[in-house]
Every structure is written in structure tokens, then in C-alpha cells.
Design a protein around this ligand. Structure first.
Ligand SMILES: *Cc1c(COP(=O)(O)O)cnc(C)c1O
Length: 468
């Protein structure tokens, strides 16, 4: 760890930012060639320097604090603690030659967010490049590359970038001509975006229950809810877990239904060896800041159907004829993503394998740190045919303990969250429910714990204390 907290004084602002991104502590200790401490630099210092005309490729030498706080090796604990405050929560420890040998961190006013974007040097570089190119609106190289490469990642032929994940779903429904008089089957346990877009499209949602093991929409419940009006199914790959796509696609074929996969929480998850988003007619993704990869706000529709790709693009762009400008043949939307956002997205996508791996290993650390707690059940990661990815760290606890646990976690500065409410619990959606038994049960027992680069063994132990 100490290595990622160090930066040589002849290194650049960009190099320092890179270290801060790795260490997630918002600062570096600046050393000379002999490893001796000569200053401290925070992310705030770099932001202020940039605002004052510094460039990213300039050396940090000129902007380091020389009146910094540090502790000596073997300095009594009480003395060190007195040096810490709300602003100074991490300080270097030096030996007799003033070489940095360790650091001390005080986590009294700790706040661990449920998720934080994993942004690095590459995102920053591409973003600057897009900015300098002046292609900052919704045309440009980054849009094209991001769409193409994200589609490739999903094992589909086409990608159509959108302003966010919710409008990706709406665009998909409109593209498939789902509207008034049609019924669309959605799961009861989910974030509410999919059902809301069914209303936006003028169709009627039909809410069905989820499976107790996977927490995803139950194909048998779908089968039971089908009527002559059913037009589409929106399976949600919930919390990184893929739905039973074999059964869902079989039902869809039998009844001639459209399938729009909501993959907002499951970038890269696989079912039967195939990526989510590649099964249905259209797959929809979100790149909101708390999702697996992000563009700030953003989304994407993926499909392998050439006609659907064409229509998605036309409706995304005001329903305008593609060759005859300002000639409209349909009521369309402006659901475009900007080249600036796509620049960040492309960088994220190029790092997605390592992002997914890091998330998975954090889940592993959680599991080994909490697995002996008797009352806790983990989200299943080895269901047949399913290869889930890690979005949040999800556990089930006894229903009467859930809120007290959450309360304790939040008091400790851990931004743990209850699961999504079952849609059927809310007055807005109640009358559209067909089945909801498992969904209600899961929703009363579930806790989502943070997944971000601040999680380490110490924090897991703290969480353990709060839920045992
Ligand atoms: C986040 C999310 C969405 C919506 O994505 P936005 O980009 O926030 O609009 C849709 N469905 C599910 C399941 C989500 O978690």
C-alpha cells in the first residue's frame, strides 16, 4: 500500500493523480530520489493548480506543501493522534533518515460510499482529447468507437449509445412498437426504471415474482402471466446475476414476444457462456456513476438485428430521415450521448476486465471476512449456467435484524442500503401485480454493502462488528 502513496518530486501532476486513483486516499507523500519525505500533495492541491494555469505534464515540485504533518517512527500513539483532524486523516511515518516507511490513517469520521466510480488516467486522457478536438456534442470518434466496442464486448452486432439507461429502455420499447393496449411483463424486485418506461410507452405493466435463489424474474411466473395482449418481457439481470435466459427465450419464441434485457446492473455477466444483452431483441445498459462502468450519465442499446439498429438510431435522433435532413417520418426523441461522455466510457470499457476482476476479488474478501456469521446468506455466485458479475455486495439477514443492522452500519459511516422495495409494496404499482411472494421476502431481508476501492480488511471487520 505505501508504494501507491508515494510520488517522486520530479514526477508530473498526472502521475500524482494516477497514484491517488490507485490509493483512493486523495493524497500522495512526495519524496526525493533517496525516498526522503519532502512534502504532501492532495487532490485539491492539483485541482487548484490546474485552475491557476498549471499543466498536467508539469512537475509537482512547484505545488507541494512544505509545512506538512508527519510522524516519526516509534513516536507515541497519543502524539500521532493529536496531529490528526478532519482534513488530515492520513499522515506519513518516517525513519531517522526521514525516509517514508509507513503511514498512519485515522478513520474517525469515515464515510464509505455504496459505490464510487473507478476513474483513472486513461479516462482523463480521452476526455481531454475529446474536449480539445472540439467534438463535444453527440458526434465524434469516441461515440463511434464506444458503440462499436461495447457491442463487441456484449457479443452483439450493434450498439446505440443513449443519454441514460432509462431512456435506453424507453427507446427499445418504442423501437419494437410496444404501446397502448400492449402488456409488458416485468419483475417485482428491481429498480423501478423498467416499469416506468412501460408507462412512458403507454403500455400496461404486468408484475411477476422472482426466483428465490437467483432473485431474478421467474420464467414459470412469466408463463402464467401471459395473455393475448402480452407483447414483451423485460427481464432484469438483478445485482449482477443473469436471468434464466434459456427458459425466457423459449417462452418468448412460443408466444411470439419481444425480449428487452435490462442489463443496467450486469455488464459482462454470462448465461450459458453468452454475454447478457445478446439474448433478447434488444439489451439495455446504464452507465450511471454507481454502475459497473460509467460515463457519468449514459446508456446503450445493443442488438444484432440490423433493422432494429437502424430504427433505434432514427428514433434516438428526433425520428429524422437519415439522409434528408429535417425531414421527419416518426415522432422521435433526443436521447443521444455526448462524445465527452463516450470518451470516458471507452476508457472504462478498455479497462472493464480488470474492473470486473477487482470487484470480484472484493466480494471474495467480504465472503471470507463474514462467512462464519451464522445468520447471513450471500448472493449465490455458482448457480448452474450463470456467471454473475459483482455490482454491490449483497447479503440476506433475518428480517427482524435488517433495519437495526442498517442503522448500525450507517452510524459507522458505511453507506449500506436496503434492497430495492418490491414494486408491489408501492401504491403506484400495486394494481399491476400478478405474483410477488419471493420478491417481498427478499426485499425485507436484503442489504447491499459498498463495493469500491476503499474497501479493505479493516472496513470489512467494522462491517462485521455492525452485523453480528
Ligand atoms: C440503474 C438502473 C436503470 C436506469 O439507469 P439510469 O442510467 O440511471 O437511467 C435501469 N434498470 C436498472 C435495473 C437499474 O439498476
Amino acid at each position: 500500500m505505501i508504494e501507491t502513496l508515494l510520488c517522486k518530486k520530479n514526477q508530473t501532476l498526472l502521475a500524482a493523480l494516477k497514484q491517488m486513483n490507485l490509493n483512493a486516499k486523495g493524497r500522495v507523500f512526495v519524496v526525493d530520489d533517496l525516498h526522503r519525505l519532502c512534502g504532501v500533495l492532495t487532490d485539491g492541491d492539483i485541482r487548484r493548480a490546474l485552475m491557476n494555469g498549471y499543466h498536467l505534464d508539469e512537475k509537482i515540485e512547484g505545488i507541494i506543501h512544505s509545512d506538512f504533518v508527519y510522524a516519526k517512527q516509534n513516536e507515541p500513539y497519543e502524539g500521532i493522534i493529536k496531529k490528526m483532524n478532519e482534513k488530515i486523516s492520513v499522515i506519513p511515518i518516517v525513519d531517522n533518515d526521514f525516509k517514508v516507511i509507513d503511514y498512519f490513517e485515522c478513520r474517525l469520521n469515515m464515510h464509505i460510499p455504496i459505490a464510487s466510480p473507478n476513474l483513472g488516467e486513461k479516462e482523463f486522457k480521452y476526455l481531454i482529447d475529446a474536449f480539445l478536438s472540439t467534438w463535444i456534442s453527440s458526434n465524434g470518434q469516441y461515440i463511434e468507437s464506444f458503440e462499436k466496442q461495447f457491442a463487441h464486448f456484449c457479443e452483439t452486432a450493434y450498439g446505440v449509445a443513449t443519454s441514460n439507461g432509462t431512456v435506453a429502455l424507453h427507446l427499445a420499447l418504442k423501437t419494437l412498437n410496444v404501446g397502448a393496449g400492449d402488456e409488458v411483463i416485468v419483475p417485482d424486485l428491481t429498480f423501478a426504471a423498467p416499469i416506468n418506461t412501460v408507462f412512458h410507452a403507454g403500455a400496461t405493466p404486468v408484475i411477476v415474482d422472482v426466483e428465490p435463489e437467483s432473485w431474478c424474474i421467474d420464467p414459470q411466473k412469466i408463463q402464467k402471466a401471459i395473455t393475448s395482449k402480452t407483447k414483451a418481457i423485460i427481464p432484469v439481470h438483478l445485482y449482477g446475476q443473469p436471468c434464466n435466459m434459456r427458459a425466457i427465450m423459449e417462452i418468448a419464441r412460443k408466444h411470439d414476444l419481444f425480449v428487452i434485457e435490462d442489463c443496467a446492473e450486469a455488464h459482462g455477466a454470462k448465461y450459458d457462456g453468452k454475454k447478457v444483452g445478446s439474448f433478447g431483441h434488444i439489451g439495455c445498459f446504464s452507465f450511471f456513476a454507481n454502475k459497473i462502468i460509467t460515463t457519468g450519465e449514459g446508456g446503450m442499446c445493443v442488438t444484432s438485428d440490423e433493422k432494429l439498429n437502424e430504427r433505434l438510431r432514427i428514433l434516438r435522433d428526433h425520428g429524422m430521415n437519415k439522409t434528408k435532413k429535417y425531414w421527419h417520418e416518426e415522432i422521435g426523441y433526443n436521447y443521444r450521448l455526448t462524445n465527452l461522455q463516450a470518451a470516458i466510457g471507452l476508457a472504462q470499457l478498455e479497462r472493464i476486465d480488470s474492473i470486473l476482476k477487482t470487484r470480484q476479488s472484493l466480494e471474495g474478501e467480504y465472503v471470507s471476512g463474514l462467512s462464519d456469521l451464522r445468520d447471513i446468506e450471500f448472493q449465490k455466485h455458482n448457480l448452474p449456467l450463470r456467471e454473475k458479475v459483482v455490482w454491490l455486495m449483497n447479503i440476506l439477514v433475518p428480517p427482524d435484524q435488517r433495519d437495526p443492522y442498517l442503522h448500525r452500519l450507517n452510524r459507522e459511516g458505511i453507506d449500506a442500503r436496503p434492497f430495492f422495495y418490491s414494486l408491489s409494496q408501492m401504491d403506484l404499482y400495486k394494481k399491476y401485480v400478478v405474483s410477488n411472494h419471493n420478491s417481498l421476502d427478499l426485499s425485507s431481508r436484503g442489504i447491499s454493502l459498498p463495493i469500491n476501492n476503499q474497501i479493505d480488511d479493516q472496513i470489512i471487520q467494522k462491517i462485521r462488528g455492525a452485523i453480528s
